[in-house]
Design a protein around this ligand. Structure first.
Ligand code: SF4
Length: 264
């Protein structure tokens, strides 16, 4: 893998999520290489073999935060802030230290347990939030869809440690793949650990996208008997699979009094 410097690119940029004004992506590219990653379709590098970093990240962030009042910054929108390279490059760590020093906070989305390294900083930030994303309870299935992530239980254990440290936690069950993702099981696993859980279905509407092609190839190779059925569900928002799953999740939400946001 090549690590290159990314020059002349702002680090603190407007965030399109409702609750945040700004986001920071500490890396361009993501070694986790989830084959369903939406970012693959507009990536400026090959996304996996070349990762770009900001070598002058501390200087840059100080400057860019100069005229921004303290607030919570979203981290993890385009790439994972705790991808393996972070243990060596410390881009995310350096950003958190500066955010903390200047009175900002962070809301983080990751698929890694490396986030626990920074618990001491995060727990001192006002309103910090750590969120994990999971989709595959079965580890063999996870490996078909995600080339370089850690297993789901290790992610959940990391989230538990964050919660025990007093940090707000959340989880995204995404992407829900019909007949493959055991959504209910994941909700139960996360129920006492995540303060909020979102559920999102997979989006492969355009067959020409790289991530769509990747996912269809996985179905063909590893789930040939189910492929037709899976694709018929994915390409139909009105398929009964979705309404049945929605109803099951609504029942769990009511029974367990969960903050569960369902988007399928
Ligand atoms: S962790 Fe997120 S950004 Fe990284 S490859 Fe997977 S889906 Fe894409």
């Amino acid at each position: 893998m090549n690590v290159n410097n990314c020059t002349n690119r702002p680090l603190v940029v407007p965030c399109s999520l409702d609750s945040f004004n700004y986001q920071i992506d500490t890396y361009i590219g993501c070694e986790h290489y989830c084959y369903y990653c939406y970012a693959l379709q507009y990536a400026e590098t090959d996304w996996v073999e070349e990762i770009k970093i900001h070598r002058d990240i501390e200087e840059k962030i100080y400057k860019e935060l100069e005229n921004i009042p303290p607030q919570t910054i979203y981290m993890g929108y385009h790439s994972d802030p705790y991808q393996p390279l972070e243990s060596e490059m410390l881009q995310t760590r350096k950003v958190l230290e500066i955010l903390h020093k200047k009175g900002f906070s962070a809301s983080i989305l990751t698929k890694s347990n490396l986030v626990t390294r920074d618990i001491e900083i995060l727990k001192e930030m006002p309103e910090a939030n750590v969120s994990i994303s999971v989709a595959f309870d079965d580890d063999e299935i996870r490996k078909h869809f995600e080339a370089n992530t850690i297993n789901t239980n290790d992610r959940i254990d990391a989230l538990r440690l964050c919660k025990e440290a007093g940090i707000k936690t959340s989880a995204m069950i995404c992407p829900v793949i019909p007949e493959i993702t055991n959504t209910e099981k994941l909700v139960y696993k996360l129920a006492n650990i995540a303060n909020k859980i979102w559920v999102y279905g997979i989006s492969i509407k355009d067959n020409t996208d790289e991530h769509s092609q990747n996912v269809k190839n996985i179905f063909k190779q590893h789930f040939p008997q189910k492929q037709r059925e899976i694709e018929s569900i994915i390409f139909s928002n009105n398929h009964s699979y979705w309404s049945v799953l929605r109803n099951k999740l609504l029942t769990i939400r009511n029974d367990q009094s969960l903050d569960l946001s369902i988007h399928i």
